[in-house]
Ligand binder design. Structure first.
Ligand code: OSB
Ligand code: MG
Length: 355
């Protein structure tokens, strides 16, 4: 990555992930990305665990069965518990393959209706506030539709206060990545003074109950990230009043089919959605753009330009956000070419699994 990215759970500058390439008998190819990191800090999966899951269980299962539509994969994978990032990587590749076989874009295959989507940017924690303020200035000038800043204990209310002094009006939100507990309620309530669009995942990963208690005590809308792994998690969060907004990450919920179902549920319940990011390569980024084209993705997502992350991306053309807007590609499948030279240059390991 061009720059280190710091959250409440750690700093990352080397991105290591799995790419899944699926081929059918007619010579079509589909691509998916496993959005894990080297260490299980954001979620319990990590790159080696997820790729082992694909190799040992998921890929053999796909090869043993004849699949007519990618929606069938969810039931096929269901007996294997969780491992959603692994499931999503192979499911996403098969969705791309399916769209290419049918000569339609992935967005169209998913039922997307928006041809342009609004994008924001997620900025990491900086030890020097001036560095963060400069980063914000740069991204505001580039036209991103909202700024998200990471917070953690000791880097929260003061940071937001300083941002608001300089930028009283910009659409602003914060992401805590689970760094707080209910004991911090008074502190988190102070954020109500800053007209934030939302606070993302203030409390424990997986929690739905404490977030409901917190949402009762603060005005800032809570957006859940690490608490949402399925349709049922969303249903329960809505029922409990744990959040007012959902950050949807395709990998975290196990794939595009589950993402479509969550999108419908949120639409019925007037819960706005936006597409989160996992510092993806162009392949995962393309999948994010496709899902964001669905109707109820009404808030700017985290799918920023390739150049915000990488010296060089592995797709052609790269993802380019202009004035905070991304055009959803019309080409077949993910709508970008995978740059094989660039992929091979960065490949450390490769496994082929055949019927
Ligand atoms: O919490 O949304 C998060 C990156 C890695 C892991 C978790 C998160 C993030 C981001 C960056 O916020 C989103 C992006 O720009 O891809
Ligand atoms: Mg988050």
């Amino acid at each position: 990555m061009k720059n280190p990215f710091t959250t409440s759970f750690g700093t990352q500058q080397v991105r290591e992930f799995g790419l899944i390439e699926v081929k059918n008998d007619e010579g079509f190819t589909g691509w998916g990305e496993c959005v894990t990191s080297r260490e299980p800090l954001y979620i319990e999966e990590f790159t080696e665990s997820s790729l082992l899951m694909v190799e040992k269980f998921l890929a053999p299962l796909v090869l043993e069965n004849s699949i007519n539509h990618p929606d069938e994969l969810e039931a096929l994978f269901k007996p294997f518990k969780r491992n959603n990032l692994a499931k999503s990587s192979i499911e996403g590749a098969i969705w791309d393959l399916y769209a290419k076989e049918n000569n339609i874009s992935l967005a169209e295959a998913l039922g997307g209706v928006q041809s342009n989507v609004e994008v924001g940017v997620s900025l990491g924690i900086e030890s020097d506030i001036n560095v963060l303020l400069n980063n914000i200035e740069e991204k505001v000038e580039e036209g991103y539709k909202r700024i998200k800043v990471k917070i953690k204990p000791g880097k929260d209310v003061d940071v937001v206060d300083q941002i608001r002094q300089k930028y009283p009006e910009i659409p602003l939100m914060v992401d805590a990545n689970s760094a707080y507990t209910l004991e911090d309620t008074e502190l988190l309530r102070k954020l109500d003074n800053y007209n934030l669009m939302m606070i993302e995942q203030p409390l424990a990963s997986g929690d739905i109950i404490d977030h409901a208690h917190l949402q009762n005590k603060i005005k800032t809308p809570i957006c859940l990230d690490e608490s949402i792994h399925s349709y049922d998690d969303v249903r329960q969060a809505i029922e409990m009043g744990s959040c007012k907004i959902i950050n949807l990450k395709v990998g975290r919920v196990g794939g595009l089919t589950q993402s479509k179902k969550i999108h419908e549920l949120c639409k019925e319940n007037n819960i706005p959605l936006w597409c989160g990011g996992m510092l993806e390569s162009g392949i995962g980024r393309a999948h994010n753009i496709a899902i964001t084209s669905l109707e109820n993705f009404t808030l700017p997502g985290d799918t920023a330009s390739s150049s915000r992350y990488w010296h060089k991306d592995i797709i052609t053309p790269e993802v380019v956000v202009k004035h905070g807007i991304l055009e959803v590609p019309n080409g077949a499948g993910i709508g970008y070419e995978v740059n094989m030279d660039e992929v091979l240059k960065n490949t450390t390991d490769k496994i082929t699994i055949k019927k």
